[in-house]
Design a protein around this ligand. Structure first.
Ligand code: PGA
Length: 255
């Protein structure tokens, strides 16, 4: 598998952090840091910061994303935001199926599939999250779980649409815990996912798809993780909230 065939992307997942003034300040700090990067740079901000982020990043290499979207186009879904609304406001990416959505908000593989299709149909790029729980890793079923999540999420997604999908492999036990998967563990599962893509689509699709690792990636471990042949960037929580840390990750991904 040839890493040169695909884009390395570092995406920040701000989660439920940053008021508008705080977001403005962070984006201003990120601009010069991101300008040096040769990898793709994305920030996935809370809904309330989308307009600000789109405005402030115009003419820069920073792309803006949301952290979720609903699968229906409109209607009586109190508290939800549609893919068309995100597209219209200028978002380019949306994270779908993050483990926190699965864990706290009843997200299932089936709703992840619906959201993925709705986002792609609206013209958004999807950062699709998959990953096993600690118990699942301990039971030796990581590949089965991640394989199932990937296959169900991509049901009905065409090969053409797949070009707008990034997969983020995020072992749930490594998210926000400070416990990182070893570089070998991360590569093993990213490579396994690439094999699934080859089976579902073909080798060209598998070679071309960006597969990120996420889960406590930080300035200390980024270089080793990103040097792995099947790890094409990262989805970054904690370390995306400080421009300096995010900058180190962008440097590591730009090598
Ligand atoms: P973390 O979060 O980097 O804080 O572990 C990653 C994520 O949830 O995407």
């Amino acid at each position: 598998m040839n890493k040169a065939l695909r884009q390395v992307i570092i995406a920040g997942n701000w989660k439920m952090n940053k008021t508008r003034p705080e977001a403005k300040a962070l984006i201003e700090q990120l601009k010069p840091v991101a300008a040096k990067a040769s990898c793709g740079v994305v920030i996935c901000v809370p809904f309330t910061n989308l307009e600000t982020a789109v405005e402030l990043t115009k003419g820069t290499n920073i792309k803006v994303g949301a952290q979720n979207c609903h699968f229906e186009k409109s209607g009586a879904f109190t508290g939800e935001v549609s893919a068309d609304m995100l597209k219209e406001i200028g978002a380019e990416y949306v994270i779908i199926g993050h483990s926190e959505r699965r864990q706290y908000f009843g997200e299932t593989d089936v709703t992840v599939n619906k959201r993925t299709k709705a986002a792609l149909e609206a013209g958004l790029k999807v950062i699709l999250c998959v990953g096993e729980l600690l118990t699942e890793r301990e039971q030796g079923v990581t590949e089965e779980i991640v394989g199932l999540q990937t296959k169900i999420a991509l049901l009905g997604v065409t090969k053409e649409q797949l070009k707008n999908v990034v997969i983020a492999y995020e072992p749930v036990w490594a998210i926000g815990t400070g416990k990182t998967a070893t570089a070998e563990q991360a590569n093993e599962v990213c490579s396994y996912i690439r094999g699934i893509i080859a089976k579902l689509y073909d080798k060209a699709a598998a070679d071309g798809i960006t597969i990120q690792y996420g889960g406590s990636m930080n300035p200390k471990n980024a270089e080793e993780l990103l040097a792995q042949p099947d790890v094409d960037g990262g989805l970054i929580g904690g370390a995306s909230l400080k421009a300096e840390d995010f900058g180190v990750l962008l440097d590591a991904a730009s090598k």
